[in-house]
Design a protein around this ligand. Structure first.
Ligand SMILES: *Cc1c(COP(=O)(O)O)cnc(C)c1O
Length: 408
């Protein structure tokens, strides 16, 4: 190693066109990108005992208590607990009786789109906002056709989707709006929690989300009739008279999962605050590095910061997103590139997607890198991650100066 290589802890291997930088591990053991949060201690065993003694493992008191607690927290009248967000979305589209096309983002997790296919609805992708990464209202308008039945928006990484603009579009064209709120349990628009918009919103409680039930989901709605249909839908469509209203599924949440989710609510506010603190520290430090930008957060929104990401501009930062990815992984810092590839470029969807291109989605997706964020992440870990990124930037820029033929 040269003196420079030694100082920054990186070894340089020159290849014909690019410089690959291999970082020395910054952490002894790989620092994970996520860690399940809000899990209870031994007090959970009391819940388990209660459930076992009651003999009621499903359709019981814990589910009802969790639904009531969620309704109070979110400020929404009807909450229907389900076995997952995916199932909740599929049941919601079914219960709404939609036919035709659904406009949705491609910059999302593919489960968002799968629920359309499960209902024989045609997914029509709309481009995203370059600063919030949520669906762009103008792009939604551009995709409306005579067959459009609904808009399925996503609160990306906890940043609220543009609900008032989508409401306006929906009213004008008589469409339903459904939200994939998997990331957004605790997000706010002004002082109001996400969960009361559109026809329904669907949250996730799988282990990478804000509230963890093991597996689980929650459908929230202001529509009491829809809520009753959804209660039937999660129970094979049966309302109790053994003559189903609709072809439902078993989409129920078990008592054990509900007990876990209920415990997770206790620490939620503190965890969201901590995540935002981490986000702010990342932005302070990484914001000084040329070529990195972040998901915008505006003053009247609160994000859960379910994820924290940077967008890498290769020309300014000095190396590509993928080089940064490899370098941080080499340094034992787990990072991810999502959502990449975007849904319209994944196998199932690229075969059916023959419509207009999604340039912003492609651009964001090719540049995005997600960094570790969870409430137990230490301040010192955040500093080390930022140091590693800064070192790679400085190194890439200085090695570029040494190779004038590669200047652009
Ligand atoms: C996790 C996730 C889902 C799926 O949630 P499950 O509860 O695992 O079914 C759906 N949409 C988005 C955006 C997600 O991140």
């Amino acid at each position: 190693m040269s003196a420079l290589e030694h100082r920054i802890g990186m070894e340089i291997t020159s290849k014909s066109h690019s410089t690959v930088v291999q970082a020395r591990p910054v952490f002894e053991e790989r620092l994970s990108i996520v860690s399940p949060e809000g899990l209870p201690g031994k007090e959970f065993l009391r819940d388990v005992e209660k459930i076992l003694v009651s003999g009621r493992l499903t359709n019981g008191a814990f589910v009802r208590e969790f639904e009531a607690a969620a309704a109070a927290y979110l400020g929404v009248p009807h909450c229907v607990a389900v076995s997952s967000c995916s199932v909740g979305l599929a049941l919601t589209l079914r219960a709404l009786g939609l036919h035709g096309e659904v406009i949705l983002p491609s910059f999302t997790f593919h489960a968002t789109a799968h629920c359309a296919l499960w209902n024989s609805l045609e997914p029509v992708f709309a481009d995203c906002d370059p600063s919030t990464f949520c669906i762009l209202p103008g792009a939604v308008r551009a995709q409306i056709s005579a067959k459009t039945a609904a808009i399925l928006a996503v609160h990306v990484f906890g940043h609220p989707a543009p609900v008032s603009e989508l409401d306006e579009i929906a009213a004008q064209y008589n469409l339903r709006v459904i939200y994939d709120a998997a990331h957004a349990f605790g997000s706010k628009i002004h002082e109001t929690h996400v969960g009361s918009s559109g026809a329904a919103e669907v949250f996730s409680f799988s282990p990478t989300k804000l509230v963890v039930a093991g597996e689980g989901g929650l459908i929230t709605t202001r529509d009491g009739v829809l809520a009753e249909r959804l209660r039937a839908a999660r129970n094979y469509g049966d309302t109790g008279n053994y003559d189903p209203e609709l072809p439902g599924l078993n989409g129920r949440m078990s008592e054990f999962h509900a007990a876990l989710a209920l415990r997770g609510l206790d620490s939620l506010e503190a965890r969201i605050a901590r995540r935002n603190q981490i986000r702010i520290r990342y932005e302070e430090r990484l914001g000084r590095i040329p070529g990195l930008r972040f998901q915008k957060t505006s003053a009247h929104h609160r994000s859960t910061c379910k994820d924290f990401c940077v967008l890498v501009d290769e020309a300014e930062f000095g190396c590509s997103r993928d080089q940064l990815f490899r370098s941080l992984m080499g340094a034992n810092i787990e990072v991810k590139r999502y959502f990449w590839p975007p849904v319209h470029r994944q196998k199932i969807y690229r075969e059916i997607w023959d419509k207009r291109p999604l340039p912003i989605t492609d651009c964001v997706s090719e540049r995005i890198l997600n960094l570790p964020i969870y409430s137990s992440l230490q301040d010192s870990d955040v500093e080390k991650i930022c140091d590693a990124i800064l070192e790679l930037h400085e190194h890439s820029i200085s090695s570029r100066r040494l190779r004038p033929q590669n200047r652009t």
